[in-house]
Design a protein around this ligand. Structure first.
Ligand SMILES: *Cc1c(COP(=O)(O)O)cnc(C)c1O
Length: 385
């Protein structure tokens, strides 16, 4: 009797995909191949590696690992999330147009408006939670649809499958920044997206000790073009950082399950707190995009933002935290708190920020893996009665 081979489960992939014991010694962990070049056995022959900007075995292992987790055929790792995003824009040429979610990571706004606009690219910032607005923003010259869901920091949710249908009909590739959800909760390629973007700095590495980025996709021709950009512009992930992220992804599913359990509990606490004027968490039923998010993702994550109504109130709370560390970034084992308007989104003009909900009173939390009782106690004392 022949049996169909079972596909390995996600937790198994996170530990094993892309990684085999090292053939020379049997080392179970992929070594850090600290080398810039590779000996060629004879003239005109190499062993698949020629120069380390082009490829490195530690990086290759991570690229395969991330591709497997996102359900994609190709993974490419970069020196940062912004380097990955910049490589993606390296596919475009002067005159091309891009439709972008109006609320995205602040650095994306800075790069698109501060650098790529000067290269002759045009950007339309749109509320992509509204698919009609998204479709109306597309032009004949549109060559990329770029979304983030849920968004940083006000947690707006775009219907990925809906956006993918529109993009496909118009022949425009759809890129989705999946940093907040990770493939544990959301797999955009399975919903029809063409490229998935990650800042591995966040949950994938998960320990706040490296900076990196990745792109994952299925289309071989597009992957070829991106590999060309990657090796040519050279903002590649170092083997040491690749090793750290590989170590991180082994525990990604267990970390995310705990992050999410605590994230929900923190959101429930904040929802009931009298000082909280507004809460942003896609796992609350009163979130405007709750149903869309629940349909396309299997979890809600651990990023929670809330508005205390004024800069003074936000400053007071942020200065009173003892366990939550006042810092930018997110997705690490330790809980962080930040003030998006003056920190992560300072490069977004004030009027724009306020229109998006990134007000002076907004506080963003990355809920970590400390004991939940300790996190809630810290929130309670920081917010006061
Ligand atoms: C941090 C972040 C980025 C940028 O990644 P870096 O690794 O800091 O360059 C992009 N998108 C999102 C959603 C992020 O949180």
């Amino acid at each position: 009797m022949r049996r169909k081979r079972r596909e390995p489960g996600f937790d198994t992939l996170s530990i094993h995909a892309g990684q085999e014991p090292e053939p020379g010694t049997g080392a179970v962990m992929t070594p850090i191949y600290a080398t810039s070049t590779y000996a060629q056995p004879e003239f005109g022959v190499d062993r698949g590696y020629a120069y380390a900007r082009v490829s490195n075995p530690t990086r290759t292992a991570l690229e395969k690992n991330l591709a497997a987790l996102e359900g994609g055929a190709h993974g490419l790792c970069f020196a940062s999330g912004m380097a990955a995003i910049s490589a993606l824009l390296g596919l475009l040429k002067a005159g091309d147009h891009v439709v972008v979610s109006d609320n995205v990571y602040g650095g994306v706004f800075r790069a698109f408006e501060g650098i790529f606009r000067n290269y002759g690219l045009a950007f339309t910032w749109t509320d992509t939670t509204d698919l009609r607005a998204l479709e109306a923003a597309l032009r004949p010259a549109t060559r990329l649809l770029y979304i983030e869901t849920p968004t940083n920091p006000v947690m707006r949710v775009t219907d990925i499958a809906g956006a993918a249908r529109i993009a496909r009909r118009r022949g425009v590739p759809l890129a989705v920044d999946n940093t907040f959800m990770t493939p544990v909760f959301q797999r955009p390629l399975e919903l029809g997206a063409d490229v998935v973007i990650h800042s591995t700095t966040k949950y994938l590495n998960g320990h706040s000790d490296s900076v990196g980025g990745a792109l994952v996709l299925n289309d071989p021709a597009l992957a070829e073009k991106l590999r060309f950009v990657q090796k040519t512009t050279g903002a590649v992930l170092s083997p040491f950082e690749a090793f750290l992220v590989l170590r991180g992804t082994k525990t990604l599913p267990v970390r995310m399950r705990q992050h999410e359990a605590s994230g929900r509990a923190v959101a429930a606490f904040l929802a009931a707190h009298p000082r909280v004027k507004r809460l942003y968490y896609p796992g609350r039923k009163d979130h405007p995009n709750y149903r869309v998010h629940a349909r396309q993702a299997s979890g809600f994550g651990a990023m929670v933002a809330f508005d205390l109504g004024s800069l003074a109130a936000a400053r007071r709370a942020l200065n009173r935290f003892r366990l939550f560390t006042l810092a930018e970034s997110l997705g690490g084992v330790e809980s962080l708190a930040c003030h998006p308007a003056s920190m992560t989104h300072a490069s977004v003009p004030e009027g724009r920020r306020n229109a998006l909900g990134i007000t002076p009173g907004l506080v963003r939390l990355s809920v970590g893996l400390e004991s939940l009782e300790d996190l809630l106690a810290d929130l309670k004392q920081a917010l006061g009665r």
